[in-house]
Every structure is written in C-alpha cells, then in structure tokens.
Design a protein around this ligand. Structure first.
Ligand SMILES: [Zn+2]
Length: 624
C-alpha cells in the first residue's frame, strides 16, 4: 500500500470512528432457520434449528449459551420457587407451577447439537443450555449451529403456553432454544425467573407445520399467504388451508431480536392497511369480551401510529400484529400478545414497545425502566393526544405525567422504593420492580423534560431513536444523547436517579423587602438530590416572570423556549453543595402576589407545601 493511500484510509477510519464512536459498538448477529412440526393434541413439537452465528466481538468464544425458557414451567424450577417465596407473588404464577402435572409441564429436550458439522458437548442447567464448543469462534467469523430438539408446550402459566385464560390454544413466546446475547458486558445467560428479555439482532425464517384447523399470527410476514388467502381480506373472514391434514406456515422476520406466534382455530382475522403501506393484523376470538374494543382498535391504532412515528421515530417494518393470547399484554418484535379484554390503553402501551424494546433493544433485565418506563411515558403522551382529538374516550389532561410522580412519591415515603439499577429478577418485591420499571422510568423522562425544556427534550427523544434503533442502548447511551441535545451535563442526574432512591425537596425559606425597589428571596434545598429550579414570580397585575436557576454541575442552562408567553431570566448557578440560594427580584415587595417553585408541577418534589409563598391562584389579595 502506498503511503498516501495508507494515510487516506487511516484518516477515513479515524474520522468514522470519532464521529460515530458509541452507536457503532459491535453487536453479535444471528440468522435462524427453524422447521417446527406441531403435534397439537399432545402440545408437543419437533424442531430443527439451523443458526448462523456471527461473532462481531473482539473476543474468541469457546462456549455459548442458549435459553430454554419452557423448562421454567416445572415444579421446583427457579421461577416456581421464587414465586413461592416472594411476599407479593404475581397472581398469574403464585403456586400454579408447583401444581402442574407432567403432561402440563413445559420442556425442551436437545437431541443433538453441532457446530460446523462437529458435535458440541452440552449440559442442560434448567432454563440455560451450556455449550462447550468443539472449536472456538474467532472474532469476525460466522459459524453454523445445527440443533435437533423436541419440546412440550406448558399449560399457560405466564406469557406462553396452551389454553390461555381466554381459551387461545397456543401462545408461543419464549418457545424455542434461543442463543443468549454476548455483548461488551459479556454473556447474559440469565435463568428464566420472571423477567425479562434480551436477544441477539438478526433474521428469522420459520416454518410451522400444524393441523389445518388453526389460524396463525406471528412476528414477521407470512411468505405463503397467497396459498390460503391469508393477509389482505379486510372483511376478516376466517382463513385456513383448503386441503391436507396439516399446513406449513412460512414466516420471515428480518432485523429483529425475537420471534413469537399464536394459533387458534377460532381466530377472526382483521387486516388494516395504513396509508404508508404498513399492514396491521388483528387476530382474536370475536365475542362479548373482545368485540367492542377490537373492532374499534384498527382505526384508533392507525392514528396512534401516525403520532408515534412523528414524535418517537418512524416504524420501519412492513407489518405489525395484535394477537389475542398469553396472560395480559406482552410485547414481541413486530407483534404483541393481548388479553381479549384488553382496553385501548393496553393496545397503545404494548404497541409502543415496538419502539421501546422492539427497536431500541435495551437489555430488559438490566434496564427494564428504559423499556417499560419509556413506554409508559410515551403511552401517556399518545393517549392524551388521542383524547384531545376525540379518537378515544376520556378527558385529556394538562399534566398527563403527574400521576406517575405522585405514585412514586407515595411508594418512596412508604420506604419501599429500590434503585433502578437492580437487575429485574432481584428486587425484594414485585411491587418494587413494577414501581421502578414502570413508574420511575416514566418519571425519569418527565424530569428530563423539566430539566431540558419540552421542545429540546422532544427532539432529543427522536435523536435517541434514530441513533440507537436496531441496537442495544444502555443508560449511558441514552443520557449521552440527552446531554448532546441539551448542551447540559446530566451525569449527576443519572447517578442520583438510577443508582439511588434519594429524594428531591426544595422550599422557599424567606421573602423580604430588600429596599424600596427590590425583594430578596432565599430558597433552600431540603432533599438530598439536587435539581435545577424554575421559579415563577406572579405580580399583583397578573404578569408572570420565570427565573431559571441552573445547577453548577450542569455546565449550562435550559433554553427558555418552553416559556413562550412569560418573561424568562436565567440566574447564576446554584452550587450543589450549598443548602441555600438567595437572589434579588427587581420588583417592589408589595407588588408581588406569589412566588412558586416549579409551577409546572413536573419537579419530583416530595413536599410541595413549602414550594409556594404568597397567594395561591384564586385567593383574594388583601388591600394594601
Ligand atoms: Zn410494557
């Protein structure tokens, strides 16, 4: 290579690495081909899996792991014993696993496993298959695993199984031997205890052979729908193959990290084509429980997707399926399982997981809040929009995120909150997991909206999606995007909010006449977590003046773009170590009607009683 050419290549590489350092973090790649032959009456199937596995890591791998999720559904399993010992077990699990009979168990039996034609040594350790490779997998190389297995589908206990509470015959999620993810943090061979999921990005090509009476729904796109008229009949007539005892349904899902499917003989299938070409599939048993919601859902979800595409990022796939199945709402790539009686709020929540989980594929065991919490935040925004437009029922709310703040404060005051940084299976109670993942994750975005200002925050959420879709973002990746978009340092916010349960409490300490023209205000920090403040000063003539007090450790201040109508002033930094902060208002003491910390009520302040001084709105002024 010539020197000049070398320099050019070197410079190009250097520029590429510098510009896109983090989002280009390596990730493994899978390409699954599976042939599944169902014996529906016995709830069993034979499986052949050919898995091309590409090691993009800089490491040589001498072993790999697979999830064998069905093995959780046997008495004495980790899932069973954990549920029996929790103070607040999930009502769907409780002691149900301990009471399963052998023909209701779930299991996978691995008959053979080869890598590039050579037999692997392996050991089944309940829900994890530990595999010793005949030869290590070199960095940047691809190997092919061939697995032959038999499985028994469990009686439906949690998420997957046969005979769901709604009577759906097969809810098939976490249903095949799935290779564990290996990333910059190493292997993630977590046993299946309760939650939740993390998978390798790649392509799925799945043939499911099953009795012809069944209608199937799945992640991905049916390849041979033409044979059975499946796919584009808006009337939703029941479709099934005409001839033969069994039919093979051929599905493909590309650039996803999991594949799920459902089957029932009594499904109604409604197809809804959106203007942008995306096709919705709704599969459900049409009855009193489902009829009203599922009939209205296609048009409502169409409007919801319009809003989400604009505000949280463009949905990139060609199909999305709403499948009645499982035991509630549970998300999978390109599809969701829903209980028959699900309300429209659940349809919205679960489909938003197509963004926060399906496309932003964070490790849900470690960052459940980036999946559930962000979904909850977006659900509140979408629902509020749909209410404003009269597309769904209910009254729109000026502060759609306030309930989440108040719930978290109550839970914290009860002494039950645990930090977001705990692995999803290791919280002391199910309630602490739920509040952390669903509520505190939601509140985390609400607080960032407050710190950054809504217009800046909204744009940053789009940048987050566009930078990290089809990847595995973690907490740092997310915060880095927020920092770049706001121009603020936010590491302190992440440290307090993710790793601790410390609380925020600010108060107005004193308001005094400074001289004939000015007023002196002293604020105090009572809680341990520092935050920037917006202080609204309302004058007796009704005019408002908003003062923003940044924290010194933010190295900047929020742009005042969200306070368009009112006068806005950025005050000097509040140094986080200092318990009090004083400033002088350029207003006569007698002209001030009210001073309030965070009039927007977004700040997660655990005691709002000390946030205001003077008359509350509606209170009559005294004569002076
Ligand atoms: Zn969820």
């Amino acid at each position: 290579m010539q020197h000049k050419a070398f320099l050019l290549v070197f410079l190009t590489l250097f520029v590429k690495l510098t510009l896109s350092a983090q989002p280009d973090r390596w990730q493994q790649r899978v390409d699954y081909h599976m042939d599944i032959d169902m014996d529906a009456a016995k709830h069993q199937f034979k499986g052949k899996q050919t898995l091309k596995y590409t090691n993009n890591s800089p490491d040589e791998l001498d072993r790999v792991f697979f999830h064998l999720y069905f093995n959780a559904f046997q008495p004495g399993s980790n899932m069973d014993v954990r549920s029996l010992n929790l103070p607040d077990p999930d009502g769907r699990v409780k002691d149900r696993i301990s009471k399963l009979k052998p023909d209701e168990y779930g299991w996978h039996k691995i008959n053979s496993l080869k890598m590039d034609g050579k037999a692997c040594k392996y050991e089944v350790n309940e829900t994890i298959l530990e595999v010793e490779l005949p030869k290590s997998i070199k960095p940047n190389s691809t190997v092919t695993f061939e697995m032959d297995f038999n499985s028994q589908v469990p009686l439906q206990i949690r998420r997957s199984g046969w005979n769901s509470a709604d009577g759906i015959e097969f809810s098939m999620s976490q249903w095949y031997p799935k290779i564990c993810e290996y990333d910059y943090q190493g292997w993630h061979a977590n046993p299946y205890v309760a939650r939740e999921f993390y998978g390798v990005w790649g392509d799925f090509d799945v043939n499911i052979t099953i009795d012809r009476k069944y209608i199937l729904g799945a992640s991905g796109i049916l390849q041979n729908g033409g044979n059975i008229g499946y796919g584009y009949e808006p009337e939703g007539t029941a479709m099934r193959p005409e001839k033969g005892d069994k039919f093979t349904w051929h599905w493909k899902a590309e650039n996803v990290h999991d594949f799920a499917w459902t089957a029932d003989p009594d499904y109604k299938h409604v197809v809804y084509k959106r203007k942008d070409g995306l096709v919705f599939h709704f599969l459900y048993e049409d009855n009193d429980k489902t009829h009203k919601t599922w009939e209205a859902a296609p048009a409502q979800m169409d409007k919801a997707f319009d809003y989400v595409n604009e505000h949280f990022g463009q949905f990139p796939y060609k199909a999305y399926s709403f499948l009645e199945g499982g035991d509630g709402g549970m998300e999978y790539p390109m599809a969701t399982f829903l209980a028959g009686g699900a309300g429209i709020g659940t349809f919205i929540h679960e489909s938003l997981h197509a963004w926060f989980y399906g496309l932003l594929g964070s490790n849900e065991s470690l960052y459940a809040w980036m999946d559930e919490g962000f979904t909850e935040y977006a659900t509140a925004e979408v629902e509020n929009y749909l209410k404003q437009e009269g597309i769904i029922g209910g009254k729109p709310d000026d502060s759609p995120h306030l309930d989440a703040n108040n719930t978290l404060i109550r839970f914290n005051k009860a002494g039950r909150e645990e930090p977001l940084s705990i692995h999803a299976d290791h919280f002391t109670t199910n309630a602490a997991y739920s509040v952390a993942a669903y509520i505190k994750g939601h509140v985390l975005l609400h607080e960032l909206q407050y710190i950054m200002g809504k217009p800046v925050f909204d744009k940053a959420m789009l940048t987050y999606f566009n930078t990290w879709k089809f990847k595995h973002p973690n907490a740092n990746d997310f915060i880095r995007i927020m920092e770049k978009e706001s121009g603020l340092e936010l590491d302190w916010f992440k440290e307090y909010f993710v790793y601790t349960t410390k609380t925020i409490d600010y108060g107005i300490k004193s308001v005094e006449k400074a001289n004939r023209k000015e007023t002196k205000v002293v604020l105090e920090r009572i809680g341990l977590m520092p935050m920037p403040l917006d202080v609204t000063v309302t004058l007796k003539d009704g005019k408002k003046h908003i003062y923003n007090i940044p924290l010194d450790i933010m190295r900047g201040a929020k742009k005042g773009t969200e306070f368009t109508g009112d006068k806005y002033t950025v005050l000097p930094d509040w140094r986080w170590t200092h318990p009090t902060y004083g400033f002088t208002l350029d207003e006569k003491y007698k002209n001030i009607s009210r001073i309030e910390i965070d009039a927007s009520q977004r700040l997660l302040d655990v005691d709002r009683d000390n946030n205001g001084w003077g008359k509350k709105a509606g209170e009559k002024d005294e004569e002076d």
